[in-house]
Design a protein around this ligand. Structure first.
Ligand SMILES: [Fe+2]
Ligand SMILES: [Fe+2]
Length: 203
């Protein structure tokens, strides 16, 4: 089995594995990639808060997402701790081309449940890609503490990925969700394929 095939099987149905050069480049830009990662965690917490505010009447959704906000903020704190203990600088937020492009794929209009489905699938996809990348970091980084750190985060983000997909299938017809999920996966692979491989970004 080729590297690509074996990776694809293990990576949450993503259609394009991360370029194998990515981890090596990342190691040379630790300050930048940790800064970018910190903001990813902050954005993950914010997006759950937005869903809670927007869909306050969906009781189960609110109850499931509320502890995830705390978890993502906990991840932010842990990334910040890694930055501080290495004497690195927590830099400015940067334009997130990956998330911008994915957000443009969100279908506008439609019913409230259609809008919810789009947001949940967007979140699921970002979790899936983050999980794939954290796995690469946990396997390939030299630093033993960071390896362990990324292993733990990989498990957590994999759980979030499943939660978002399950929530989508709870509120929307699962066949509709599955069909749209395939479209999201195809689009994400196209975005990933066109993005420059750079070591100062999680995505
Ligand atoms: Fe996280
Ligand atoms: Fe997450």
């Amino acid at each position: 089995m080729s590297w690509e095939e074996s990776t694809r099987q293990k990576m949450l149905h993503l259609k394009l594995p991360t370029d194998p050069r990515w981890v090596g480049i990342t190691e040379m830009h630790l300050e930048d990639v940790l800064t970018d990662h910190a903001y990813c965690e902050q954005k993950a917490a914010s997006s759950c808060i937005s869903l809670i505010v927007r869909f306050n009447d969906l009781e189960e959704l609110v109850d499931i997402l509320t502890p995830i906000v705390a978890e993502e903020w906990g991840h932010f704190e842990r990334v910040l701790e890694q930055i501080r203990k290495r004497g690195l600088k927590f830099g400015f937020i940067r334009k997130d081309e990956y998330v911008i492009q994915l957000t443009n794929f969100v279908l506008k209009g439609g019913s409230r449940i259609q809008q919810l489905t789009e947001q949940l699938l967007l979140n699921a996809l970002i979790e899936a890609r983050s999980c794939e990348r954290f796995k690469l970091l946990s396997t390939n980084l030299e630093d033993p503490e960071l390896k362990k750190f990324y292993y733990e985060l990989m498990i957590s983000e994999a759980g979030h990925y499943v939660t978002f997909i399950e929530l989508a299938r709870k509120y929307q017809d699962p066949d509709i969700v599955n069909k749209r999920w395939q479209e999201w996966l195809t689009f994400e692979a196209e975005v990933m394929n066109k993005l420059e491989v750079r070591g100062d970004r999680i995505h």
